[in-house]
Design a protein around this ligand. Structure first.
Ligand SMILES: O=C(O)C(=O)C[C@]1(C(=O)O)C=C[C@@H](O)C=C1
Length: 363
């Protein structure tokens, strides 16, 4: 390196130091604004809601769209996600219950959505996540709802039938599965633990590489990692986070059969979100038991030009062979086309429950 290069490097580093000082001052100004917002919210209402999913989605969308580069837009949005998470923590320390144990994809989804300044609390079942939020012990909860290869998580759908909670957000997470073990060689693995959905998502890889090995389904991927860490001769299919947490090595990375394996999670809380401009609404419907009833449930959406993105049917849990429908539509319940469709639907359906309107996932 020549003397000229040294000066240039030193110059650039000086500029970086000065920019860091400016960034810090700006972040501190932003944090002071959040404190001021909190004061105004508290003065207006003792039960003030500090977390505002619609505002967060708008902020993150603006950052995503206006990023000038060279940083990738996803990267820039993630940085702002963390800044806003720290600002919200100054207003209120949020607790978020998730389907645990520590190291599950659901925890990764919770942190992706809320940032790292919230307190995440591990629950051992989907039902417990709902109960923790229903009782007010946690402010919000995160539960899995569907996977792009394995389909819907029926436990979560069924739990909404009896819950007063609303959906206030969604999170999409690309799922990468790794084979984790304390062993150093595939030949030493005699048993593989994982959640049944993950075993299914890696079926082809397991058939090709570990066809002779016993597959054992356990309650979560993180539980699989925890067990494998204590049992020589075993491996777990789980995330990188679980590998770190339970001290396992990665024997084989990205073993999922479908390269764009994605899981969608829902954020549940005491109320749904305000309109953000790009929203979704989830409905629970049941039809009167007569010919043409499904058509009657769907036609109000067509009449009001509202798009359906998903429809699932589940046994009603009240009467044998009667079904309820979970429907996702584009738009917020307060948007005029959706409000019009809902009004018409209430005249046609036995039951119309708006499970929540919430911003479409940004990250
Ligand atoms: O705008 C608000 O209501 C705020 O509280 C500020 C802020 C932010 O940091 O931008 C923080 C938390 C909310 O969830 C949304 C936005």
């Amino acid at each position: 390196m020549s003397a000229g290069d040294e000066t240039t490097l030193a110059d650039i580093r000086q500029r970086i130091d000065s920019l860091d000082a400016q960034i810090m001052a700006l972040i501190s100004d932003r944090a002071a604004c959040a404190q001021e917002v909190a004061r105004i919210k508290r003065e207006a209402d003792e039960q003030a809601e500090f977390y505002r999913p619609e505002r967060e989605a708008q902020v993150l969308r603006r950052i995503h769209q206006s990023n000038p580069g060279p940083l990738d837009s996803e990267e820039m949005t993630r940085l702002f996600r963390e800044i806003m998470s720290a600002c919200l923590a100054l207003e209120q320390q949020l607790s978020v219950a998730f389907l645990g144990p520590e190291g599950t994809f659901t925890q990764a989804a919770a942190l992706k959505h809320f940032g790292h300044s919230v307190k995440t609390v591990a629950m051992s079942a989907i039902d417990e996540v709902f109960r923790e939020v229903e009782s007010g012990s946690a402010h919000y909860g995160v539960v899995p709802i569907e996977n792009s290869t394995e389909g819907v998580v029926t436990h979560t759908l069924d739990r909404f039938m009896q819950s007063p909670l609303s959906i206030c957000g969604e999170v999409e997470l690309r799922i990468h599965h790794h084979l984790l073990s304390t062993e150093r060689d595939l030949a030493q693995v005699e048993r593989v633990y994982s959640h049944q959905q993950s075993l299914a998502q890696c079926r082809e890889w397991l058939d090709a590489r570990l066809s002779h090995v016993e597959r054992v389904a356990v309650s979560s991927n993180a539980e699989a990692a925890r067990r494998s860490a204590r049992e020589p001769g075993t491996a777990a299919i789980a995330s990188e986070a679980a590998a770190e947490l339970y001290g396992l090595g990665v024997l084989s990375a990205n073993i999922e059969d479908s390269p764009d394996n994605t899981t969608r999670f829902l954020v549940i809380g005491p109320r749904s979100s305000g309109p953000s401009g790009h929203d979704k609404t989830t409905l629970l419907l049941s039809a009167r038991n007569r010919p043409g009833s499904l058509f009657a449930l769907l036609s109000p959406f067509a009449n009001h030009d509202v798009s359906l993105t998903r429809i699932e049917s589940r046994p009603s849990q009240c009467v044998n062979w009667e079904y309820v429908f979970f429907i996702d539509i584009v738009g917020h319940a307060a948007d005029p086309p959706v409000a019009g469709a809902l009004k018409e639907l209430r005249e046609a359906a036995e039951l119309v429950k708006v499970l929540g309107s919430y911003p479409k996932a940004v990250l």
